[in-house]
Every structure is written in structure tokens, then in C-alpha cells.
Design a protein around this ligand. Structure first.
Ligand SMILES: NC(=O)CC[C@H](N)C(=O)O
Length: 214
């Protein structure tokens, strides 16, 4: 029997909130709070950091709402299960080179770089690609041959292999998913990845329940 989780879907003016809210609603078991409120975030079981757009703007918006500090306490001190997707995943790292040099949230050691691809590979990387598992993890195992997910990005995270869950092959190894302890990042868009996106989100919340009660 699964237990319902309260999910703080962080509202900081960087897109894709509604489609993510729909995905979580579709899974059906969890309560989603679209919020930037410290009290509501504190009451939540899970931190969900969405995001579409530029890294620098996102950090500016987070800081303007004091969310960098509020979320860091939830993630690093209270150790709540946390997920960043797309731009939200990139924000988990220490720095990004997107449009200059920007400091990130720094919850996972590493940095974000432009996709420096061989000739013939276009940036942004837009479309479906198959995940390659870099290590066992509860989110993607056994999806079968058809483990494709939808990507839209020009930058990706560079980190120690110990944090790397999955990559895709797009002229080179492109980082697709990462994890450090309670913090998970997914570069693709689960909300646009149809059945696999839903299944991965369902598994993330199942993992979050187990993590909360471990
Ligand atoms: N789709 C996005 O929002 C992309 C995020 C980031 N700006 C990148 O290009 O990688």
C-alpha cells in the first residue's frame, strides 16, 4: 500500500508547471502544492524543481524569492527527496556556463556545459533518445528496448560517474539523469515523454516514499 506524499512543486516563474502538475495528478496518489511559500514547502514531503529557460534567469528568480536558501535547508539539512527536471536538473549543480558563468544551487558536485558535439549533430538536442543506464537505479531499470525520452536542451551536466544514472548517445555521451543521495535530476522532459515519462515519475515517487521511511 502506497502512502500519499505532499509534493512542493516550486513556483519561481520558469515554465512547465502546469504540465508537470498534470503528470503528478495523473499518477493519482499525491497532493501537489504549486508554491514558493516557505511554510508550505516545509510541510511538503518532496521538493520538485521544474524549469524551462536560461540558467541565469532561473537562479535570479530563485534568489529573488529566497528559494535558494529555503530549498537548501529542505534538501541538505532535512534531506527531503528532491527532483530537478530539465533546467531544474541543471540548477542542482555548482555552476553553469550558459550565457556567462553562473552559480547554481550546488547540491550535486559538477557543472553545466554547452553540448560540444561533433559535426552533423545539431544543438539544441531536440527529440527522442534512448537512455543508456550507467548504473543500477530504481527509476529506469527494465523499461526494455523502448527506453526513449524527450529532450530539449543545449547544455548538460558534467559530474563524477558516481552520480551518473543514465546518459544518451548524441554524438557523444550526454548526461540524462543523475542522483546524489536524496537529490535526483533528469534532463529529459518526463511530462513530454508519454508512457515512459509517467512510469519514471511513478517510480520516483515510490522511491521518495521509501526514502522518507527508511
Ligand atoms: N529546455 C530548456 O529549458 C533548456 C535548459 C537550458 N537552457 C539548456 O539549454 O540546456
Amino acid at each position: 500500500m502506497t502512502q500519499s506524499l505532499k509534493v512542493a512543486l516550486i513556483d519561481y516563474g520558469m515554465g512547465n508547471l502546469k504540465s508537470i502538475k498534470n503528470v503528478i495528478a495523473h499518477i493519482g496518489e499525491h497532493e501537489v502544492l504549486l508554491t514558493a511559500d516557505p511554510v508550505e514547502i516545509d510541510q511538503a514531503d518532496v521538493v520538485f524543481l521544474p524549469g524551462v529557460g536560461a540558467f541565469g534567469d532561473a537562479m535570479k528568480n530563485l534568489r529573488a524569492r529566497n528559494l535558494d536558501a529555503i530549498l537548501s535547508e529542505q534538501v541538505l539539512v532535512k534531506k527531503k527527496p528532491t527532483i530537478g527536471i530539465c533546467l531544474g536538473m541543471q540548477l542542482l549543480f555548482e555552476r553553469s556556463a550558459e550565457g556567462g558563468d553562473h552559480q547554481g544551487l550546488g547540491w550535486i558536485p559538477g557543472h553545466v556545459e554547452y553540448l560540444d558535439l561533433p559535426a552533423g549533430f545539431r544543438v539544441p538536442h531536440i527529440g527522442w533518445n534512448d537512455l543508456i543506464l550507467e548504473q543500477d537505479n530504481p527509476f529506469f531499470a527494465g523499461l526494455g528496448a523502448d527506453s526513449n525520452f524527450y529532450f530539449v536542451h543545449s547544455y548538460h551536466a558534467i559530474c563524477d560517474p558516481q552520480y551518473l544514472l543514465a546518459t544518451v548517445d548524441y554524438g557523444m555521451k550526454v548526461t540524462a539523469a543523475v542522483q546524489k543521495d536524496n537529490v535526483v535530476g533528469m534532463q529529459f522532459h518526463p511530462e513530454k515523454s508519454q508512457t515512459n515519462g509517467l512510469e519514471t515519475m511513478r517510480r520516483f515517487f515510490q522511491w521518495a516514499q521509501e526514502y522518507r521511511h527508511a
